[in-house]
Ligand binder design. Structure first.
Ligand SMILES: C[S@@+](CC[C@H](N)C(=O)[O-])C[C@H]1O[C@@H](n2cnc3c(N)ncnc32)[C@H](O)[C@@H]1O
Length: 199
């Protein structure tokens, strides 16, 4: 599925997402865990931030200058309403060109929607956008190899892709990032989160 089609689907469910996730604690423990690895707390960005700004709240509390990026205009409009002081980008992560280096980047349950051929270039871009010692937190499908699947969510059809755990670990290594933590946090679901740090 092309990112613009993913955006249209999230536009349709943005209001539902807002109600459901505004005070959600989902993944907050994993975010806090990743933040512990940081040595500097300059800029941070949440990729595929959604509408709630819940990661932005935590990052700001820890002293980061936090920004959000999402391809869905409706998600960002809702996020801006809650966080008028925050910089948000309405952008496809595939075409986004980072303008600075970040101490922390999160991409929780967002890049798993990319077309398979965009997984590697986007992951490389996120690694390259980290400052030395910078930390990346992201989720991916925990398969052995490349795979694409589709599934319905809130009445919308979505597509997901993954390079498999070993594929992501290879890219991290090739782009000067070390895996600090990898966990199947929803086992037996194939949902994996990875914390990596720029060496
Ligand atoms: C499952 S939601 C997760 C939202 C948020 N990370 C959270 O955990 O609350 C996925 C988000 O990723 C965004 N997204 C999907 N594909 C994207 C892309 N190519 N570029 C930027 N954002 C994208 C969607 O618009 C949506 O807001």
């Amino acid at each position: 599925m092309e990112p613009k089609d993913t955006a249209a689907r999230y536009d349709r469910i943005a209001q539902w997402w807002q109600t459901e996730h505004q005070n959600s604690l989902y993944a907050i423990a994993q975010l806090e865990q990743a933040i512990k690895f940081t040595s500097k707390r300059h800029s941070a960005i949440d990729i595929g931030c959604g509408s709630s700004g819940r990661f932005i709240n935590v990052l700001s509390k820890h002293g980061f200058q936090a920004e959000g990026l999402d391809i869905s205009r409706e998600m960002i409009n809702l996020a801006k309403h809650l966080h008028p002081e925050t910089t948000f980008y309405i952008q496809d992560i595939c075409s986004w060109i980072p303008q600075k280096l970040y101490s922390f980047i999160s991409a929780w349950d967002s890049t798993f929607h990319l077309p398979l051929n965009m997984q590697e270039p986007v992951m490389k871009k996120l690694c390259d956008a980290l400052e030395p010692d910078g930390v990346l937190l992201f989720t991916c499908g925990g398969t052995h190899t490349n795979c694409e699947i589709s599934g319905a969510f809130q009445g919308q059809d979505f597509e997901y892709s993954t390079l498999g755990v070993n594929g992501f670990l290879r890219i991290l290594t090739e782009h000067h990032c070390q895996c600090r933590h990898l966990e199947f946090d929803q086992y037996p679901e194939n949902h994996v989160y990875i914390i990596a740090q720029k060496t």
